[in-house]
Design a protein around this ligand. Structure first.
Ligand SMILES: Nc1ncnc2c1ncn2[C@@H]1O[C@H](COP(=O)(O)OP(=O)(O)O)[C@@H](O)[C@H]1O
Ligand SMILES: [Mg+2]
Length: 554
């Protein structure tokens, strides 16, 4: 039964010891059904299949509980309708006597009630994660759960036990018994309903002036995607009280709120409009690849038969523009940019790292179409599969790869890596990233563009070609970052003497710089030979640099 379900409708993250379920599986099914419908069907399947413990992950207890009740009472979804009982630290359904001396005992006695249940029921337990991290009660609780587990499987009338909380933390002994599913963030329509009801209430009661056409309203709704309903409501309320009206200018207020909220999650950062693609010198092949995919997620592109790009992995010599390009993609495509900090994914408790990556993925999907930038990805996934890894990195990595493979939402992943030798080979396999680009040291033409860009940025005027030319001649083997650095140094030198900057200032800085390509010549050769087999150059062939021998750049 379960096997069949797996193939039909579920996707298990086998890299994870506890079973995680992804709601987006089959692109066709997904395209037709909303995230919420998926959740409902999946939960219904799990309930019918009598999974011992189902953990619903959500920040929105109220919304999630309502949905669980909806599923439990819907005979189309689960055949046998079930009554729903809840337990939390402060409240249990009246039917169950509260034990007065301790909440832990109270929870245990609630569990023993489950065994006596004679009607089809769903028991929703909130706050259980507090007990799972409390050494004084966790042993008894695990035992209690293990004891009712066979009962859940066998009971004459179907029963289910659901944990509901925002964090999936559970002891190792239960890892294989608990199945975790994400409760979806509000859809566009749910957010619109909140906005509509707020507009109506505030217009009448608080005299807030509403100045929105259909387009403005849509942008306000879009701006709140990725937030919980409560957060969206707060953001709109803030926008209304700030100046007593709601207008298209408030999109920025809502976006700013979203930025703050996402930042507080500590995993993702919402980055405002920044670098333009023409602020990146060279890398013509990469730029053209990105340019061709502009709009490829639009309705029109779908009609044309295109599928949205999954993402690219940029590797190469440090300081040559990888992070810069990542930032520029979002301006080129006019999409929001989210940065994921892989290092911060790893939590202390079993299960938290997976919960973290899933929550980050969920937020990104809710904001889609968007660009998800993972800078220096090798730092988080270093040592995956190695003996020193405790397992958390491998599980998070597995979750990430499966998502990359299966995702149908337009979340374009742009990952950068300076050191690919530490990256697990699975990352490079087909079907994950669309392309792996190698960003090499800039060639003559590219150095010219980079030097021009950085001089222009500071002088605010065009610079004589012969000056640029001279700098270019003297900087073979310099990275983009080093080119910028020598220009900055030259400017400091001149400013210290309160005079105009001259070519010699920059040439002096060049002479006192030993570039990475000299100090790390061997390392760079290794990167290049790695890339030759596996990546395509970010710079087109006809523009490709001289093959330099280690140590002989000038
Ligand atoms: N191709 C380039 N064009 C313009 N500036 C560049 C380029 N490459 C590097 N730089 C400068 O060097 C800085 C560091 O580059 P970055 O993109 O962070 O390098 P990395 O490849 O290590 O991610 C940039 O902020 C930019 O000022
Ligand atoms: Mg970088």
């Amino acid at each position: 039964m379960v096997d069949k379900l797996h193939r039909l409708d579920l996707l298990s993250f086998t890299a994870s010891p506890s079973v995680y379920y992804n709601m987006g599986v089959n692109g066709n099914i997904r395209a037709r059904r909303s995230m919420m419908e998926h959740f409902q069907r999946l939960l219904g399947h799990m309930m019918r299949a009598r999974f011992p413990f189902i953990h619903v992950l959500s920040w929105e207890e109220g919304r999630a509980l309502e949905t669980i009740k909806f599923v439990a009472e819907n005979s189309e979804l689960i055949k046998t309708k079930r009554q729903v009982f809840t337990w939390s630290l402060l409240h249990a359904d009246g039917k169950y006597d509260r034990c007065t001396d301790s909440p832990a005992k109270d929870l245990l006695s609630f569990l023993s009630h489950i065994e006596q249940s004679t009607v089809p029921s769903v028991f929703v337990i909130m706050d259980i994660h507090y007990f799972f991290t409390d050494n004084s009660v966790v042993h008894e609780l695990v035992r209690g759960l293990k004891m009712i587990q066979p009962y859940v499987k066998r009971a004459k009338e179907p029963i289910n036990i659901i944990f509901l909380s925002a964090t999936a933390v559970f002891p190792r002994e239960l890892e294989k018994e608990v199945s975790v599913i994400d409760f979806p963030l509000p859809s566009r329509n749910e957010i619109e309903q909140v906005l509509d009801s707020m507009i109506e209430a505030n217009e009448q009661m608080a005299g807030i002036q509403i100045d929105l056409d259909a387009d403005d309203k849509e942008r306000l709704v879009q701006a709140a995607l990725g937030l919980t309903l409560g957060e969206a409501e707060n953001a709109y309320a803030l926008a209304m009280v700030k100046d007593g009206r709601l207008s298209k200018d408030d999109v920025d207020i809502v976006l700013e709120e979203k930025r703050q909220i996402i930042k507080r999650s500590n995993l993702l950062e919402y980055i405002g409009a920044g670098i333009q693609l023409d602020e990146v010198g060279g890398l013509d092949q990469l730029k053209s690849w990105l340019g061709k995919r502009n709009g490829s997620w639009s309705e029109q592109a779908v009609q044309y038969g295109l599928t949205a790009p999954k993402g690219v992995l940029l590797t190469g010599v440090p300081g040559c523009g990888k992070s810069l390009v990542a930032k520029a993609v979002s301006s080129l495509w006019k999409l929001p940019l989210l940065r994921l900090d892989v290092g911060k994914l790893f939590g202390m408790w079993i299960g938290t790292s997976e919960a973290n990556i899933r929550s980050a993925i969920q937020t990104a999907e809710a904001i889609a179409p968007c660009v998800l930038w993972i800078d220096e990805i090798e730092k988080g996934f270093r040592g995956v599969n190695s003996s020193g890894d405790s397992g958390a990195a491998s599980r998070v990595f597995g979750t990430f790869l499966t998502w990359m493979q299966e995702k149908t939402k337009m979340v374009f992943v742009i990952a950068t890596a300076n050191d690919i030798s530490n990256l697990p080979p699975e990352m490079m396999r087909k079907g994950r990233f669309d392309e792996i680009f190698f960003v090499d040291l800039p060639n003559r033409e590219e150095r010219k563009q980079i030097v021009r860009l950085h001089l222009h940025k500071r002088l605010k005027r065009q610079v004589e070609p012969s000056i640029v030319q001279e700098i270019v001649e003297q900087t073979e083997g310099f990275s983009g970052a080093e080119l910028e650095q020598v220009i900055v140094s030259g400017f400091f030198e001149a400013f210290a003497e309160r005079r105009v900057v001259v070519l010699d200032d920059i040439l002096l800085a060049i002479r006192s710089t030993v570039p990475l390509s000299v100090t790390q010549a061997e390392r760079i050769q290794q990167l290049r030979s790695w890339a030759e087999m596996r990546a395509i150059p970010a710079t087109s062939k006809e523009n490709l640099v001289q093959i330099t021998r280690p140590g002989s750049f000038r």
